[in-house]
Design a protein around this ligand. Sequence first.
Ligand code: F6P
Length: 376
Amino acid sequence: MAKKIKRIGILTAGGDSPGLNAAIRGVGKAALGYFGMEIVGFRDGFRGLAENRRIDLDRSALSGILTIGGTILGTSRDKPHRMVIDGRTKDMTGVIKNNLKKWGIDCVVCLGGGGTQKNAFRLHQAGINVITLPKTIDNDVAMTDATFGYATALGIATDAIDRLHSTAHSHHRIIVVEIMGHRAGWLTLGAGLAGGADVILIPEIPYSVKRIAEAIGRRSKRGSSFSIVAVAEGAMSGDDARIFRMAEKVLKRAKTLNGKLEAKREITALEVRHQGNTMRLARQLEELTHLEARLTILGYVQRGGTPCAEDRILATRLGSACADLISEGKFGVMVAARGDGTEPVPLDEVAGKLKFVSPDHSWVESARRVGTCLGD
Ligand code: F6P
């Protein structure tokens, strides 16, 4: 028979996202009130486990947080196996394992995106009882229908596109709006569709600036002298995509440590160069179309504020299902959203994988049908 779980730990890692507090509340209230467990919060992601940054999550701490943005626990991108402690990078996995034993914590709930799933999987492999929930505004965690945070960010980005239309049509301008998403284009595609962007550029579909300019030119000829270009942070031209692919191939093939480091440096340099991409795109479109072009970067506005109803429901559903699984002693899994229900998915099926937009996804097809340019 599985050991009775008495005390659970919970942490939030990676970027903050709407719905994190709703999920903490969902796990906590079900664990405390329904299953009679004790719950301890760890501050600042995995660092909290290594440095004993603990807070007790009693009923009053879990009350009144459903609608609050960010995370009451704080977050960080620290990795358990590569954590900077007193200026030196250390593997803290063993320390974390001992700490949890010492404090009588039977399992740790990790709320986060792709990076967090990977880190949680490493802890699971080290023999720690972990269970995860999928959060991110990018909606790119593998093996789940949805991640909390996405629906709220989608609403914010859509609202931004609606508002940008005012200036675009009044001044006859091209407005390039940069939306979050380095690897996956769900947020840009969703907001672009919902906001009626004229051009949608996502990382999964490399673009040609010439084709975009031609599409904008066709709109001008039809009497629409403005255009909204919704572009994901990670979208890139066909040429840049080839350069990145080459650099990634070099990294994969590198046999020596030096070779690997060199290839990683090259990729970092390319990423740094890519940061000004949307600004460059706006300039290129101005040159090619002879229309004024402006750039708006939505940035962290997309991650902030009150979670929408959909995210609150999803976070509560996943959180309470998580408490159920803990009570059954089921660990090493992510609680995935599956239709109206939830499903435990083994972490090895999630870690290191991302959910991308397939170029023939129905949203892409619908965008094309209504005349949106995808840049290809
Ligand atoms: O939460 C995911 C995400 O918002 C990505 O879309 C974005 O690229 C990244 O986090 C940036 O976050 P930060 O600046 O906090 O590292």
